[in-house]
Write a protein that binds this ligand. Structure first.
Ligand SMILES: [Zn+2]
Length: 469
């Protein structure tokens, strides 16, 4: 995107995704469920970084990282290694983070993937497996705080870092990419992005090939769009003078603040982790992970289009939501009218939390769709019943009965309605003859007069009228 000042924006993202489905940490047997614990309760000598301890790799974490890599169309390395990333900071008790590296002989677990976002491809540079550092809490704000508190419960939690090429061109695109990434990862069942801090993001932003600024600590995807918009505006204002630095996103004040000049890679003194053996994944092992993998979003969308005849757009919207997809599949087994079903689910259920199990049984929903398909009720009436049922907790099929919902399908009655509407609008019929929009307008006017009229019958009779029948 060209900004108002004509400078091209390039954004690359580093997404940190906790493998929340794991029961233990990456290199020790401490529980990974740290969110409900008191600070520093879920720690042991390994994740607390005491000297003399040895890490043992969590095999399930390797499997989950491989699943993410395959879902993002990456090439999984047959042999990858852990590296030590050395830095001194209180969130890292060992003084180094066990991570992966793709230079100086290092190989990350996967590389070279891509994600399709709105018809465009965002390339994935690499995926690496690493441990999460502890969590620092500052008193007040990070730049003025007189002390900080540290909780090592998070230290050693398995993270998958997903690094993109700088293919993203504005804040909105970054948000769409992240939402897609989250739905892919959630469909694998390896991480729950809803959990606080389970998916975090650093962003590298540059304008027109200027200095690259890294914004760290964006704790949720909601904040990403705000942080990027702020940073693009800031760099545009200082056009040409942005310096290579690391900035912190301050959520409370909605600004980025300078933390330090950007570290160079050599500052981290990367070297191979001597306490861990390389990860060896034979092609057969990768293939077996692939076979056992749940379906990812894109594959699910194309299956919906092929198997149920859904329109491409609707299939995509439905497939992006795991819960709604599961509900749709239950309903689809019970009856026909799949496009109608999917349309109602996406249109009526995605904006609200899915009703608790039992509140909207698939049988009732399928029965409601059948009523539309057989013209017993109109789509508008079905929506009315659905909303009323969800609001009151009554079964939708009962709501239809209670409210006496039924469509008017009697052709004589509808023809009389059309007579009235057409008579009140001289010339409208003539106009509708060659123009789809005017035709739909007339159908709409008839439905306005009688909302219970079955739109299909109205359209049929109106079309006959146009052709002089
Ligand atoms: Zn531990």
């Amino acid at each position: 995107m060209q900004t108002e000042s004509g400078l091209k924006v390039k954004i690359g993202l580093e997404v940190h995704c906790q493998l929340t489905a794991l029961r233990t940490k990456l290199f020790c047997t401490c529980s990974s469920d740290y969110r409900s614990s008191e600070p520093n309760e879920k720690i042991c000598p390994v994740c607390f970084g005491l000297p003399g301890t040895l890490p043992v790799l969590n095999a399930k974490a390797v499997e989950y990282a491989t699943m993410i890599a395959l879902a993002l169309n990456c090439t999984v390395a047959n042999r990858s290694v852990f590296y030590r990333k050395n830095y001194f900071y209180p969130d890292l008790p060992k003084g180094f983070q066990i991570s992966q590296y793709d230079k100086a002989g290092g190989v990350a677990i996967a590389s070279g993937g891509e994600v399709e976002v709105g018809g465009k491809r965002v390339r994935i540079t690499r995926i690496q497996l690493e441990e999460d550092p502890g969590k620092l809490t500052y008193e007040g704000t990070i730049d003025k705080s007189t002390y900080s508190l540290v909780d090592y419960n998070r230290a050693g939690i398995a993270l998958v870092e997903i690094v993109t090429e700088p293919d993203i061109e504005d804040a909105r695109e970054a948000k769409v990419f992240l939402e897609k990434l989250r739905s892919i990862i959630e469909s694998l069942g390896v991480s729950n992005g809803e959990l606080d801090g389970a998916m975090r993001c650093d962003a590298n932003i540059s304008l027109a090939g200027g200095a690259r600024v890294e914004v760290k600590n964006i704790s949720s995807f909601k904040e990403v769009e705000k942080a990027l918009n702020y940073e693009i505006l800031r760099q545009r204002t200082f056009s040409g003078n942005a310096s290579s630095e690391t900035r912190h996103w301050d959520e409370r004040r909605s600004i980025t603040i300078a933390l330090r000049s950007k570290e160079e890679e050599q500052d981290y003194r990367y070297f191979p982790e001597p306490d861990l053996r390389p990860i060896v994944l034979e092609p057969a092992a990768i293939a077996s992970v692939q076979r056992a993998m749940p379906e990812v979003v894109d594959a699910r969308a194309s299956r919906y289009a092929n198997e149920f005849g859904l329109s491409k757009q609707l299939a995509k919207e439905l497939a992006a939501n795991k819960d709604l997809s599961a509900f749709f599949e239950e309903c689809a087994k019970l009856g026909q009218g799949h496009q109608e079903m999917a349309g109602l689910i996406v249109g009526e259920l995605s904006a609200r939390p899915l009703p608790a199990a039992g509140a909207l049984p698939p049988e009732d929903f399928a029965a409601l769709v059948k009523m539309i398909e057989t013209s017993a009720i109109t789509r508008a009436q079905a929506k009315e019943a659905l909303r009323e049922g969800l609001r009151t907790g009554h079964r939708v099929v009962d709501v239809v009965k209670q409210k006496n919902l039924s469509a008017v399908v009697d052709e004589r009655a509808i023809a009389a309605l059309i007579d009235r509407v057409v008579a009140a609008r001289p010339g409208a019929l003539e106009e509708a003859r060659g123009d789809k929009k005017s035709f739909s307008y007339l159908v709409g006017q008839v439905l306005k007069e009688e909302p219970k009229a079955q739109p299909g019958v109205v359209a049929k009779l109106l079309a006959q009228r146009l052709h002089g029948k």
